[in-house]
Design a protein around this ligand. Structure first.
Ligand SMILES: O=C(O)CCC(=O)C(=O)O
Length: 266
């Protein structure tokens, strides 16, 4: 696998500083939405690179297909429209890595994490194929990411297509990040138990918009009932002074995107 590393530019003044109102909103809700964030050019590059991966034109990328395709269906549909998930696109593509390190995103993450020392934890692209894209069950990301302490990572969800209620936008349960980690049941995915999610907020936005959520905010998404794909690129960040709770010998190299390293930490 090609290793893409961060070349950290000297610190400049911030491009984005969250207002007190935005910070309070995030503290109360556990998520924050920017309907317009990427430039047209930044968006186009990402759409093109993610499609190159979904079409199998980038070596080493692991693709997970939509459930129906895995069961032998969707035979008439072209490959890129059958992909459900791409894991770790930042490891294979400079442009996607540059997006993860986009100073505008890091400025927001810095304000939300409360530290300038930021590492990339992971990335995934969730693509819901037209008519078939399946749901993502209600969950807290930290119920999966049990090897990072403290469990307060921040994810940036970037819309590569217009996202609507009909095509399976993410829904966030406001305030659900305040009670720690809820019990989760494991079906195919983890599924949070014992919560009323009927008031979850649909995060509807145009392509190029982004939303940020903490790893303890309960969220999920419905199926795609439209004739168009829904693609979302999720880049997740943690404090560089976080602890890795897994086997130290198996600790991945988490790229430092801003600030400094801490000995004995991630
Ligand atoms: O894109 C989706 O439908 C779900 C996203 C998600 O679970 C996440 O961003 O953690």
């Amino acid at each position: 696998m090609k290793r893409i590393t961060a070349s950290k530019p000297p610190r400049k003044t911030k491009l984005i500083a969250l207002s007190e109102v935005q910070k309070t909103k995030f503290d109360q809700n556990g998520f924050l939405v920017f309907e317009s964030f990427l430039t047209e050019n930044e968006l186009q590059i990402l759409q093109e690179r993610i499609d190159a991966m979904a079409e199998g034109r980038v070596d080493g990328v692991s693709l997970r297909m939509e459930a129906e395709a895995q069961e032998g269906g969707l035979t008439e549909v072209e490959q890129k429209n059958k992909v459900w998930q791409i894991m770790g696109a930042t490891h294979h593509d400079e442009a996607v890595f540059s997006h993860a390190a986009n100073p505008k995103i890091l400025d927001v993450v810095e304000d939300l994490l409360g530290t300038p020392d930021i590492k990339l934890f992971s990335d995934q692209t969730l693509m819901k194929p037209a008519f078939h894209g399946s749901s993502v069950s209600w969950h807290q990301d930290s119920s999966y990411w049990t090897n990072i302490d403290p469990p307060d990572l921040i994810s940036c969800w970037t819309a590569l297509d217009d996202v609507t209620e009909e095509n399976g936008c993410v829904r966030m349960l406001a305030g659900s990040h305040r009670q720690g980690i809820y019990p989760h049941r494991r079906d195919t995915f983890l599924h949070v138990e014992g919560l009323d999610v009927s008031k979850a907020v649909p995060v509807v936005m145009p392509a190029g918009g982004v939303s940020f959520h903490t790893s303890t905010t309960v969220h999920g998404s419905g199926p795609n009932r439209t004739p168009h794909r829904r693609r979302g690129l999720v880049t997740s960040y943690m404090r560089a002074d976080s602890r890795f709770l897994g086997d130290p010998a198996r600790k991945p190299v988490f790229p430092l995107l801003r600030g400094r390293e801490y000995p004995g930490c991630v």
